[in-house]
Design a protein around this ligand. Structure first.
Ligand code: CO
Length: 294
């Protein structure tokens, strides 16, 4: 038997899991320890029997399977258990085979058609954060969105990578819309709010500190730290959208075919996509006096 104890203030819980049931799994943390109950709760998850002294426990289980086999998500009993999966290298290739099979099942020519070329109408610039999966949150299919992701969805004028993506998407793919998408709880934005030397990340995050400086009156007036963090995420999106507008290719595409630039925030706490409704023509007018290139 494995017994784990957690002592959180006056709350005391225990749970026991037969060791044999844990082969292939390790559990990494127990969270949200609830009120201890007199009667032990007995349940199971994915055939792992659990006994616990509280009905309100969350346990993170890490999958550590080397040999991939059929894994069903844990069906929580009384919503007690959650688990985390770490995607395993061998499993990735198996997933890929399953994905190919499912695509071919609905359309035998799926990959033949996919290989013909791309004509996406949208360029999406978002954060590299693993939780903000661009296609998923937009319901986009392969071929529909040209995507660039980096730490904190930045558009920096001397970043050859981002500038090449914008240039290629606008001039060659002729996208009609450019979206800058930030997200709440962004680690990059959060890091820029803290006093710490992050090495090579310093010059990158410095650009977010500059956003703070430009908007410091508004941000400093926000007393609640979380609200200030959220607002900086939004303002960073706005400033990166402006950075997009500062490029010659986008100014040219706006003049010739009315390309649009939008700023969005993905609310990671609810899943909702929020349009910041940046007044593109007005922003353009405001900054053109200084940034007009064509
Ligand atoms: Co982020």
């Amino acid at each position: 038997m494995i017994q784990e104890f957690a002592d959180l203030g006056s709350q005391f819980i225990w749970l026991s899991i037969p060791f044999s049931a844990l082969s292939g799994w390790i559990f990494t943390s127990m969270e949200k320890i609830g009120e201890a109950t007199e009667n032990p709760f007995e349940g199971s998850a994915n055939d792992i029997p659990i006994t616990a002294m509280s009905r309100n426990i969350e346990i993170d289980l890490l999958e550590i399977i080397n040999e991939p086999h059929q894994l069903k998500p844990i069906k929580a009993i009384n919503s007690i258990l959650t688990y985390k999966r770490i995607i395993h290298f061998a499993k990735i290739f198996k997933n890929n085979e399953e994905w190919i099979a499912s695509k071919l099942k609905s359309n035998p020519d799926y990959f033949k058609e996919l290989s013909k070329g791309q004509t996406p109408e949208v360029l999406y610039i978002g954060c590299s954060d693993s939780r903000v999966t661009a296609e998923d949150l937009m319901g986009a299919m392969p071929g529909e969105v040209f995507i660039h992701r980096n730490v904190a969805n930045m558009v920096i004028s001397i970043d050859l990578n981002a500038m090449s993506v914008i240039n290629y998407a606008v001039r060659h793919l002729k996208v009609k819309h450019i979206i800058i998408c930030g997200h709440y709880e962004c680690g990059g934005v959060k890091a820029s709010l803290q006093q710490s030397d992050l090495g090579i990340l310093n010059p990158w995050l410095r650009n977010i500190r500059d956003v703070y400086r430009i908007h410091k009156d508004e941000l400093n007036a926000i007393a609640n730290e979380q609200d200030r963090f959220d607002r900086l995420v939004e303002l960073n999106v706005q400033e990166q959208a402006i950075n997009v507008i500062k490029t010659a290719v986008v100014q040219e595409a706006y003049r010739d075919r009315g390309i649009t630039v939008s700023g969005w925030v993905f609310n990671i706490r609810t899943g909702k996509l929020i349009d910041l409704n940046i007044d593109f023509p007005k922003v353009l007018e405001d900054i053109m006096q200084i940034y007009r290139l064509i």
